[in-house]
Design a protein around this ligand. Structure first.
Ligand SMILES: [Zn+2]
Length: 415
């Protein structure tokens, strides 16, 4: 089950209960997490509740048309790239064409040959890279209803790498707590790598609240650029010292190894990672993950100043050159957007960016998909929704897809 990486959830939407049971027991044995919904009605809510990695469905229901559901999912930015595999006894080219246009990814034709179904699922899921946002806020967590749409937790992102069972986690802001709770619910031993960009609070504060750290069955490798104030271990152990925290590092029962990350690059099973220094106080990484043919750049803290009349202009130019080369043609760039331009003008030289300048630079560098994140704590949902609209408008005249990150949102990419 090389490609049935842990955590892959399959939702089957099908009114034939016997078929569901049979497929379910087969897929569970294969290591997938299987869910079913047996009516057309309420199916979309199930997708919202379960957030599956793949949907297997029929197109014909006694109470509705499956194509409508496909269209609804494709029109929802949460699920636009969610793979949909249609299980069907029919094989009419015209129908197939209509279904593909409605957003169906692929077809599996009955009669059911289970080994063939497994192959098809691996084919559809096998190349998929997923980027999930667990925290998108900068500086400090923001609870409250005016932040509930985009989310109030600080930075944490998870990348699911095809054929890789180890978790890949970027930064350990308060968002990592929810990820930990989900992993505990799954009741399986967890191994993973956590790449920290730097040790500012909003990037490590969730670490002591990451529940898998408290079980000896789990194992993590933690990477961070070398700090002048101490090693990766010292920096993380310091934040839970006696004065500041009732949790101490002795309470972490998981097997933990701490490492400095090598700038020139390191290869892991299924991906490689390199970094350059961000324009940010303390040594901060801009990470580039290469997974198959895809390049994902993670840059939650960085000051990208391209203003002509800036006081930073002189020292900034060589840095910009390096940044441009590093992010050029990235498939996904996840970048800081702490301010809008107006606010930024009074906040220069503090290590954060204005979204307008980031969109402009990403476009210039041929980035394919820009995701803005690390929003300042004063950005409410209403304001961010307006920013999201403006960002999309700014990207319109280019090939770039641009959007704002949102807690709970997953980007699906084919490898
Ligand atoms: Zn920072």
């Amino acid at each position: 089950m090389a490609k049935t990486e842990r955590g892959m959830k399959i939702l089957m939407i099908e009114d034939d209960l016997t078929l569901c049971e049979l497929v379910g027991s087969f897929l569970r044995k294969k290591g997938y997490k299987f869910y079913q919904h047996n009516t057309f009605e309420g199916a979309i809510q199930s997708v919202y509740d379960i957030r599956p990695d793949l949907i297997i469905m029929d197109l014909h229901f006694p109470d509705g048309n499956g194509l409508h559901l496909c269209k609804q999912l494709k029109d929802d930015e949460n699920f636009e790239n969610l793979p949909i595999l249609v299980l069907t006894g029919r094989d009419y080219p015209v129908e197939k064409d209509i279904a593909l246009k409605a957003g169906v990814t692929d077809f599996f034709h009955k009669p059911m040959v289970y080994s063939k179904l497994a192959e098809k699922i691996e084919e559809v899921l096998g190349d998929a890279i997923q980027i999930s946002f667990w925290g998108v806020r900068g500086s400090i967590p923001c609870p409250g209803k005016e932040f509930s749409h985009f989310g109030g937790n600080t930075t944490c992102v998870q990348i699911k790498v095809p054929a890789q069972k180890q978790l890949l986690i970027l930064d350990a802001g308060t968002g990592i707590r929810n990820l930990g709770s989900q992993l505990i619910e799954e009741e399986e031993p967890v191994t993973g790598r956590i790449f920290l960009t730097h040790p500012h609070w909003d990037h490590i504060q969730g670490f002591p609240f990451f529940k898998p750290l408290f079980s000896e069955r789990n194992k993590f490798d933690v990477y961070m650029p070398q700090q002048i104030t101490g090693s990766t271990k010292e920096v993380l152990v310091d934040q839970v010292s006696y004065t500041y925290s009732p949790i101490t590092s002795q309470m972490f029962k998981a097997h933990l190894d701490y490492h400095p990350i090598k700038r020139e690059g390191q290869n892991f099973e299924g991906y490689s990672v390199r970094y350059i220094s961000a324009n940010h106080p303390v040594e901060t990484a801009i990470y580039k993950f290469e997974i198959g043919r895809k390049k994902i750049v993670f840059c939650p803290d960085n000051e990208l100043n391209t203003l002509e009349n800036s006081s930073m202009r002189g020292k900034n130019l060589p840095y910009l050159k390096q940044f441009d080369a590093f992010v050029s043609e990235a498939d996904v760039l996840i970048h800081n957007a702490q301010f809008d331009l107006e606010e930024y003008r009074s906040m220069e030289n503090r290590g954060h960016s204005a979204w307008e300048l980031v969109v402009e630079r990403a476009k210039k560098n041929g980035v394919k998909h820009l995701v803005l994140t690390h929003f300042g704590p004063d950005f409410t949902d209403d304001e961010l929704l307006k920013v999201d609209e403006k960002v999309k408008k700014m990207a319109k005249d280019s090939q770039m897809h641009a959007e704002l990150a949102r807690e709970g949102h997953t980007i699906h990419m084919s490898g």
